[in-house]
Design a protein around this ligand. Structure first.
Ligand code: PMP
Length: 345
């Protein structure tokens, strides 16, 4: 029987788990992908947006016409804006002026008010997007600041939904969980639930080359010399997110821009799954991990694929962008684009 839903928010969660068949052929384990792009806002962030907003409603902080504030140019902004529409809240997002115009258009199409703040100032400058968001939230009555990097409701959303879904979809047979860490909410919240069911499940976090999470996990220290800019959006951080429950994570694997970009495209070509850049990152982490760790045929590995590739058409899926990064030769012979200039009889 086909289901009918009351509104778009009823479609959040219960995302499919799909076996990967070709991209994983060197790995003896069975590998599944949890496709978070099947959420209505096309990413894992729908779960935290709904959970945090509904928690504020239960506490009576949000009423119709209230305002939701966050600093994001990415998936969390799209999800908050979508939830805000259905529930009748204003949504104010502070983003940096490095944000691509199509993303700002996307947020505005969902009714968000967007503050564009200079990226070149320090985090504590009153013009920075952190400070702007904090000020707007403080000055706006009946508002909440989502604060996804430090809000414990972020991992809790995954503890209550993503983790139990994976446990039930694998019938409790999962042995390894891999996910990218930005705020860390997706991985550590899911992991907390799964480890309560079976403490032997191995939890592997994916970090970016240029981020501090892996070293912090291993040493408890921040090494500023490791921080550099990188292209993968939503992965890694230059601060320690309070939402990341480090004790739930066994190990981190660090991936670089180039490998993750190629693997993103490989998944599209081999599995027909158009994932975002971090979809490639998590698969790339599995490849690197499998060089150090011997999987057995009884292992059941779950990778969380966070969002949809349509958001990256001008980036990893674009040959010119790949060339501009030095990830593809400029003189590459293209045989997938055929210009028809005349018709032959
Ligand atoms: N991938 C993408 C594309 C994201 O936007 C995010 C969120 N920053 C993540 C992965 C990581 O998710 P989390 O913040 O829950 O660690």
């Amino acid at each position: 029987m086909m289901n009918v839903f009351d509104n778009i928010l009823d479609l959040i969660g219960s995302t499919p788990l799909v076996k990967l068949n070709t991209v994983t052929k060197e790995i003896p384990a069975t590998v599944y992908a949890k496709l978070e792009s099947f959420n209505p806002g096309h990413s894992t962030k729908d779960r935290i947006a709904l959970h945090i907003i509904e928690a504020a409603e239960r506490k009576g902080i949000l009423k119709p016409g209230s305002t939701i504030v966050e600093t994001t140019s990415g998936n969390t902004g799209f999800s908050i804006a979508m939830v805000g529409i259905i529930k009748g809240y204003r949504c104010i997002l502070a983003v940096s002026d490095k944000t691509k115009p199509e993303k700002i258009a996307y947020l505005k199409a969902l009714g968000a008010i967007v503050y564009i703040c200079p990226a070149s100032v320090l985090a504590d400058d009153p013009r920075s997007y952190y400070e702007v968001a904090k000020r707007v939230a403080a000055e706006t009555p009946d508002s909440i600041y989502i604060n996804q990097y430090f809000n414990q409701l972020n991992p809790e959303a995954h503890y209550l939904s993503t983790g139990p879904e994976i446990w039930s979809q694998t019938k409790g047979k999962i042995t390894h969980l891999f996910a990218c860490c930005g705020t860390g909410g997706t991985l550590s919240g899911s992991a907390k639930f799964l480890k309560e069911q079976n403490p032997d499940i191995k939890v592997i976090g994916v970090d970016a080359d240029g981020s501090i999470l892996k070293t912090y996990h291993e040493t408890g220290e921040i090494h500023p010399d490791e921080i550099h800019s990188y292209q993968i959006e939503g992965l890694g951080k230059n601060l320690i997110p309070g939402a990341l429950l480090f004790e739930q994570i066994d190990e981190f694997v660090r991936v670089n821009d180039e490998n993750a970009a190629h693997t993103t495209r490989e998944i599209a070509l081999k599995e027909g799954i158009m994932g975002g850049y971090t979809t490639g990152a998590v698969m790339q982490a599995l490849k690197q991990y499998s060089e150090m760790y011997e999987f057995s045929k009884n292992d059941r590995v779950v990778l969380i694929f966070p969002d949809h590739g349509s958001r990256y058409i001008t980036k990893v899926y674009n040959d010119e962008w790949m060339q501009s990064q030095g990830f593809m030769a400029n003189d590459i012979q293209k045989d997938d684009e055929i210009f028809v200039t005349e018709f032959a009889e």
